[in-house]
Design a protein around this ligand. Structure first.
Ligand code: SF4
Length: 64
């Protein structure tokens, strides 16, 4: 199991992570990022990393 960590202080709600991996990242109606999955199975790790890579403020970290 890998783990997705978001620095919510840093997140500016650009939503690029959601575009890259909508099964993991979602912006709510107020434009706040919500994690659909925090603990992700290994088969979703590449998807989670794709979201982290496109984040313009590097607010996402995948661990584990
Ligand atoms: S791409 Fe980065 S700044 Fe944009 S919503 Fe996702 S975590 Fe936040």
């Amino acid at each position: 199991m890998a783990h997705v960590e978001v620095d919510f202080e840093r997140c500016e709600g650009h939503g690029l992570c959601e575009q890259a991996a909508p099964e993991i990242y979602r912006l709510d109606d107020d434009g706040e990022l919500e994690l659909i999955l925090e603990d992700i199975p290994q088969e979703l790790r590449t998807r989670a990393e794709a979201g982290a890579r496109v984040c313009p403020v590097a607010a996402i970290r995948i661990t584990g």
